[in-house]
Structure formats: structure tokens, C-alpha cells
Design a protein around this ligand. Structure first.
Ligand code: ATP
Ligand code: MG
Ligand code: MG
Ligand code: MG
Length: 482
């Protein structure tokens, strides 16, 4: 199944269950408390919180999502990306657990010729929250999953908060919360030991999370009672589905990433699949350029804080990996082109914002290339000194100077140090950062030091037009995505 058909299959299935298909919202949430759109539920938050009433109680989307928590996994695990598409079905005070579980099973196991994804039922495992007997029972009543393939996941030892569990969802503070139930696919014994997702998360791949918003909690995570309205929020990983349905070993080799990966190999002259460490770098280069392209197309510009810093980190990590493959020339023009070629038909903003994406990426690469050469030299010296002195850490002061004066992202410092068996004292680094913030609050001249004047980007935006609102304004229309 190709990418288009996967998106289409999901949306059409839920359309047939009376869901309204809505366009993806922007990666920039319409919500000052959130940095990025991290999941399909984000644009619907007002409906879940009861602050707004939807015109229809059921929705289905393909939502662009970005997660920085997974940045260190990119290139290494089979399943993590910083940008991915989340397929979701939602109930705003309408259906609840029974239908959500029944439909998840139905869509997963219905043969492809009949509009489903056609997974063999024997390969599916389910998890439920430890105390959620109701969901465990519904899995038995509504599906063919045998009891031994339903695993219960509770709160990790030592934690008192329910939402510390992988199978319990909350927004983080006070508000709606509730148990989750997840679907996993058994990729087979060649991928790891038997025993379900509790034993091995590479062999048993999580592909769908069903969240049941059932209770309300206070800021400390204490359950206050049942919500007046019960909601369903599900998230299915689109690239993970593509990985399974296209029978490839990881998300990077699916049709929404493989052409970008191949371009990375072309540009750097390093074949994919020849050396594991080079493969990691090729995957990071491909994935981060993809992620950065989507962020820029939605109006994010590089800066030293907030989402602009997320973007800067992604671009700088991408460039750093290209350089560590031994490639000195510019890679960004070819890479952003590959992203557009691969995903421009599904996501027109990549084409509409082409000039801005290209200009921002090329400009970041140029400036970073200069600082990288200097920063790497400085870091190499610090590492050599630390080793000679027998320290286990790179000095936090060096990491701070690299970050603050040379625009050398701290996670790059950590990564390079790690390759040499050294750590960074994150707390000490954070103290330096805090001291710097205090200095700039006190009116000291705060040096950005990265040499990319923000005016460059302002001009770029002025020429191309603002792009902040791409997507979000379209969420109320009912145009299917694919
Ligand atoms: P994992 O345990 O694999 O990190 P998760 O439990 O953090 O995933 P959820 O928050 O439940 O993920 O998100 C819903 C779905 O989105 C997941 O079931 C998965 O299919 C997909 N997903 C989550 N994170 C990523 C990611 N970084 N890259 C690609 N897909 C993802
Ligand atoms: Mg995760
Ligand atoms: Mg998980
Ligand atoms: Mg999950």
C-alpha cells in the first residue's frame, strides 16, 4: 500500500462511520501553552475541554505532528521521527470505548480489497491500563484478540501519578485524563523475543493509541471524578503503518522517506546500507530536512528560542551529520528538493512555500558551516583536555560558550562528546543558561552570535508573505487530504 492509499483508507473508513474529515492544522498550534502540534488532538483541545462546541461530534484527520522528545532516537530506532503524520479519529462526547476498540480492530484486520489494512489478526496485540477492566473486557467482546494477547500496563514503580503510565493520558496539568489502549503489531521472531510489547518494542511495534478521556484530574494528578462528557482521541502512526504495509525494516525506508534518504546518499556519495554509523547519519540528514521543511512551510523561522530553536537544532544536526559523512559542500538545496518531490503532492504547502523553505535552509547551512568548523575545533580541544585530565565530563562552560557565542547547539556538543565516551553536566549547563538570561534581563547586551540577522528572515517572509496560518484556517473545511 502506498502512502496515498494508507491515508485514504483511514479517512474513508471513518467517513463511513459518520466522521467528518478535516484538514490538518498547522504545526504551530493556535494555543500559547504549546510549542508545537505534537498529536492529532491538539487542534481539538477546545472541544475536549468543553470550551467550544464542534459542528459535528466525530472527526477524522491526518495531522502533521512534531516531537522534539524523540530527536535523540532519530536514526537509531526503527520507529521514531521528529516529524510524522498522525492518523486520528475523534469523538467529542459521542461514542466511547466500545466503538473505538471495535473500529480499531475492524480497520486493522479488514482485508485491503474491502477497505481495511488487512493485518493478520494473530499478529495484533493490545495493551490496556492496569486498572481499566472495562477496556480489557471490551477487547474480548468486540474483537478476536485472545486474553493472552492483552497486556496490562500500570504506573511505573516509585511514581504516584497515574499519568506517569504509558497507558494513561493527561495534558500534563489539571484537566481531562484517562486510560489508553494501544495496538501493537508482531513483526515476527526474527525481530526479537516473544512475549508481547511488555517484552520487546522493536518486534512488537506500537502503531495505534486509543485515548479515553474519562476523568478530570487536578494539577497533582489526583482524579477528581468523571468528566461530564467522555471523549475519544486516537493516534495512529502513519509512517509506522507504511513501514508495516510496505514490508520495510524501518520508517526511513517507506515511500515517504526513502527517496529523501536516497537523495542524501546521492548528495554525500555514501551508499545507504553499507555502514551502520553512516546509515544513522543519512537517516538523520533525511529526517531532519523533512521535519525542517514542514516547520518552515508552516511559518517557523530559525531563532535561539522556542520553536525557532527547534528548527535551528534540526537544521544544524542535519548539516553536522552531512559533514561527519565527510561531505563539505552544500547539501540543503538538494535535500529540500527531495522533500518537496516526495511529499509535495500530499502537502501543497511544501510547494507553495518553496522559496522560503529553500532560502531558510540554505542560509542556515551556510552560516552553520562556518561556526561548525570553529566550534568543532574548540570542542575537540576541550575533549582532548578532559580525557588527558581523566574527567568524565566536558566542561559546561565550554558547552555554554559554544552555544552562546558560536551558535553551536548543545545537543551537538553532547553527541560529539558521547562519541568520545564523555558526558555533559546538564545541570551546570542549565545554570550557565539561567545566568545568561538573568544578564540579558538586566539589560546587558545579549549576543545572539549566530551571525544570521533576524532581518534576513523578516525580509524573506516579507517577500514570500506570512505563512503562520497555513493549515489551521483550513481545519474547518471538509476537504479530504488524499
Ligand atoms: P513510542 O512508545 O513508540 O515512543 P508513543 O507511545 O510515545 O510511541 P503516542 O504518544 O501514543 O506514541 O502517539 C500515538 C501514535 O503516534 C503512536 O502509536 C505511534 O504510532 C505514532 N508515533 C508516536 N511518536 C512517533 C514518532 N516519534 N515518530 C513516528 N510515529 C510516532
Ligand atoms: Mg514516545
Ligand atoms: Mg508508547
Ligand atoms: Mg503510545
Amino acid at each position: 500500500m502506498d502512502a496515498h492509499r494508507i491515508r485514504h483508507t483511514f479517512l474513508e473508513f471513518f467517513r463511513s462511520k459518520d466522521h467528518r474529515v478535516r484538514q490538518s492544522a498547522s504545526l504551530i498550534p493556535n494555543d500559547p501553552t504549546m510549542l508545537l502540534t505534537i498529536a492529532g488532538m491538539v487542534p481539538f483541545k477546545p472541544y475536549f475541554l468543553g470550551e467550544a462546541v464542534p459542528d459535528h461530534p466525530r472527526a477524522a484527520t491526518v495531522q502533521k505532528s512534531a516531537r522534539t522528545v524523540d530527536i535523540e532516537n532519530v536514526g537509531y530506532t526503527t520507529r521514531h521521527l521528529t516529524f510524522f503524520e498522525m492518523l486520528g479519529n475523534f469523538s467529542f462526547g459521542d461514542y466511547f470505548k466500545r466503538e473505538a476498540i471495535r473500529w480499531a480492530w475492524e480497520l486493522s484486520t479488514t482485508p485491503q480489497e474491502q477497505g481495511g489494512f488487512g493485518f493478520e489478526p494473530e499478529r495484533i496485540w493490545a495493551t490496556v491500563f492496569e486498572e481499566d477492566d472495562e477496556s480489557a473486557q471490551l477487547w474480548l467482546e468486540e474483537t478476536d484478540v485472545p486474553a493472552e494477547r492483552i497486556q496490562r500496563i500500570g504506573v511505573p514503580e516509585g511514581s504516584s501519578r497515574l499519568d506517569a503510565s504509558d497507558n494513561y493520558w493527561s495534558l500534563g496539568g489539571a484537566g481531562p485524563c484517562g486510560p489508553c489502549s494501544e495496538l501493537y503489531y508482531d513483526r515476527g521472531p526474527e525481530h526479537g523475543p516473544d512475549g508481547g510489547p511488555l517484552v520487546d518494542e522493536t518486534r512488537f511495534l506500537e502503531f495505534w493509541n486509543l485515548v479515553f478521556m474519562q476523568y478530570e484530574q487536578d494539577a497533582d494528578g489526583n482524579v477528581l471524578g468523571e468528566l461530564p462528557q467522555q471523549n475519544v482521541d486516537t493516534g495512529m502512526g502513519f509512517e509506522r503503518m507504511a513501514m508495516l504495509l510496505q514490508d520495510v525494516p524501518n520508517v526511513y525506508e517507506t515511500d515517504v522517506l526513502r527517496p529523501i534518504l536516497d537523495r542524501a546518499a546521492d548528495v554525500t556519495g555514501i551508499g545507504y546500507g553499507e555502514r551502520e554509523d553512516a546509515d544513522v547519519s543519512l537517516r538523520v540528514l533525511a529526517e531532519h530536512t523533512r521535519s525542517a521543511s514542514f516547520l518552515i512551510a508552516d511559518g517557523v523561522l530559525p531563532s535561539n528560542e522556542g520553536r525557532g530553536y527547534v528548527l535551528r537544532r534540526l537544521l544544524r544536526r542535519a548539516v553536522k551529520h552531512a559533514r561527519s559523512l565527510g561531505h563539505e559542500g552544500a547539501v540543503m538545496p538538494a535535500m529540500t528538493d527531495a522533500v518537496r518531490q516526495t511529499l509535495g503532492d500530499a502537502w501543497s504547502e511544501l510547494v507553495e512555500q518553496r522559496e522560503l523553505v529553500d532560502r531558510v535552509c540554505a542560509s542556515e547551512e551556510e552560516h552553520f558551516t562556518r561556526t561548525l568548523a570553529y566550534g568543532t575545533g574548540m570542542l575537540d580541544e576541550a575533549i582532548a583536555k578532559a580525557k588527558a585530565e581523566g574527567w568524565s565530563h566536558v566542561p559546561a562552560a565550554t558547552a555554554f560558550t559554544l552555544h552562546d557565542t558560536y551558535g553551536f547547539p548543545v545537543d551537538l556538543t553532547v553527541e560529539i562528546a558521547r562519541e568520545q565516551g564523555l558526558d555533559l553536566d546538564r545541570d551546570a549547563f542549565a545554570e550557565h543558561m539561567e545566568a545568561q538570561r538573568a544578564r540579558s534581563r538586566a539589560g546587558a547586551k545579549g549576543g545572539d552570535g549566530t551571525a544570521v540577522p533576524i532581518e534576513t528572515y523578516r525580509e524573506a517572509v516579507a517577500r514570500t508573505g506570512p505563512s503562520d496560518f497555513i493549515g489551521y484556517t483550513r481545519t474547518d473545511t471538509e476537504t479530504p487530504l488524499a
